[in-house]
Design a protein around this ligand. Structure first.
Ligand code: MG
Length: 511
């Protein structure tokens, strides 16, 4: 499907925010609810001993679904695709420390049931899932809801009813209880709408249910909207995981939607206690869809990683490829090895920041000089191909998307992204690193972020900061909105300030 730049940003946000919520909650899994003033940190450990910013089973089992759907062509959620999913999930489970009880039982039974030499398939999983349900009388754990979000991205250009049915098929690989099938369908339809429109509308799929089930789910949603995430302490059950995730989102709505809401809602999900990583992963999938990749804080994205050896950029790429529905495109960003800037002139600009010798300001051509200059951290404001990436540690390369436009509607939240980039420079400098801040020609984005860094991190008057930065960069000509962002100090202290539009993105509402 052909997407607008903002839809692309939102599609890229689904898996990244899901994984960020998952990794954020990993440290607190099975713990009690936390007071509102307790900081929620990306600190790792928890009952399974995860590394800081390492995602858990929620994301690890969403990834095989995403990869299968990218390569499945028009036959989405077919048995052939789902067989790829269950085989990769089986590989993951064999080496994993945190397979959920119900999922573990189904995976073990499905693999045990295959005859010698025949690899497991989707049908084996369905049979095992039905047997589990028949044996226990219930199979409504939250395991299928936490990992089904990628499906929504593959169904952007199809009818929501098709997505609802496909979500049930994916859930039924492990969880056949009607509550699990419906929860997956409803959440996926909400994610689909969020990517397409920017709206947070958890009721979007209700009309697709039979009237009696519609009434049940409406009542559950209304209950969530009168509660806090911590009120749903049986959140290992798919219904309370769904309610906890929506409650975390709904209860943190304020004048500050967008990036600030994404952060507060995920922190609220984790403070709810219990299955914290899963409730935050569920919430993250929907929040990322509504608020986009660029709304996920860099401090959460920076070290994000997990099975099978993927990082933030990989999840961003998977999300975009799923949404486009054209498989892996190796000719264009982000799948391409090289981003061609050869038609641009004067990309070799490279100067030191007027207020900090440890920060270099440059164009795309300056990337080839970082080793010679001892640069060990890079903040990129332009697209780079996979082979163009700077030769620094992955976690020392900060990447930001912001459209160079004076029109606020061209970016999800330009002030937030520009402030995040300035804060990343500050963070790298606080770690003693020498930093390159660059765009293609260091024309608009680079001087803006450089001036924001001077103003927000070094305490220099905004007008002086701009004058001095513009004097050293020969191509500099920031657009009027970017200049206004620096001059108004709206993001003077970076990540936690309201958005540039007075905090209320016009295209986001809750319903
Ligand atoms: Mg988990």
């Amino acid at each position: 499907m052909k997407l607008s730049p903002l839809q692309n940003d939102r599609a890229a946000g689904v898996l990244v925010a899901l994984a960020a919520g998952d990794a954020l909650g990993a440290a607190y899994e099975f713990g009690p609810p936390l007071p509102d003033e307790t900081p929620v940190l990306m600190k790792g450990d928890g009952p399974f001993g995860f590394d800081p910013a390492e995602w858990t089973d929620d994301t690890s089992m969403a990834i095989p679904l995403a990869k299968a759907l990218v390569s499945s062509g028009p036959e989405l959620a077919s048995d052939a695709s789902l067989t790829k999913v269950v085989r990769e999930r089986s590989v993951w489970a064999a080496g994993s420390k945190d397979v959920g009880a119900q999922t573990n039982a189904v995976i073990a039974a499905a693999n045990a049931a295959t005859s010698a030499g025949r690899p497991v398939n989707a049908s084996d999983f369905r049979t095992a899932a039905h047997a589990f349900h028949g044996r226990t009388g219930r199979s409504a754990g939250n395991g299928s809801l936490m990992r089904t979000a990628p499906l929504a991205l593959a169904y952007l250009d199809r009818e929501p009813g098709e997505l609802m049915a496909a979500a049930a098929r994916v859930s039924a690989l492990t969880h056949v209880d009607p509550d699990a099938l419906e929860a997956c369908g409803l959440w996926c339809v909400a994610i689909r709408e969020a990517v397409l429109t920017g709206n947070l509308n958890v009721r979007a799929g209700l009309a697709l249910l039979p009237p009696d089930r519609r009434a049940v789910w409406l009542s559950r949603i209304e209950s969530a909207e009168q509660s806090r995430a911590r009120d749903f302490h049986r959140n290992g059950w798919v219904v309370e995981a769904y309610q906890g995730a929506w409650s975390a989102i709904h209860s943190t709505v304020s004048a500050n939607l967008g990036p600030k809401h994404l952060r507060q809602a995920l922190e609220e999900a984790v403070r709810g206690g219990g299955d914290t990583d899963t409730v935050a992963a569920i919430a993250g999938g929907l929040l990322g869809a509504a608020y986009s990749f660029t709304s996920v804080p860099f401090e959460w994205r920076r070290h994000l990683h997990g099975w099978p050896g993927l990082r933030t950029r990989d999840l961003m790429t998977l999300g975009m490829e799923l949404a486009r529905g054209e498989g892996t495109r190796e000719q264009s960003w982000p799948g391409a090895a090289h981003q061609d800037y050869s038609m641009w002139t004067r990309t070799d600009v490279l100067v030191q920041h007027p207020h900090d010798d440890g920060v270099w300001l440059g164009g795309a051509g300056s990337l080839g000089r970082i080793e010679a200059l001892g640069i060990d951290a890079v903040a990129s404001l332009c697209r780079l191909g996979s082979s163009d990436l700077p030769t620094v540690a992955v976690s020392d390369h900060a990447s930001f998307w912001v459209v160079d436009s004076p029109d606020p509607s061209d970016n999800a939240d330009a002030a937030f992204v520009l402030a995040e980039a300035a804060a990343a420079v500050e963070q790298f400098r606080s770690e003693g690193k020498t930093v390159l801040l660059h765009y293609v020609r260091a024309e608009s984005r680079t001087p803006t972020v450089a001036a924001l860094y001077s103003a927000a991190s070094l305490g220099i008057d905004a007008e002086t900061a701009l004058d001095d930065v513009l004097n050293v960069l020969p191509n500099a000509s920031p657009n009027p909105m970017f200049l206004d962002i620096v001059r108004s100090g709206r993001c003077a202290s970076g990540r936690h300030k309201p958005s540039a539009r007075g905090g209320l993105p016009h295209n986001v509402r809750t319903a």
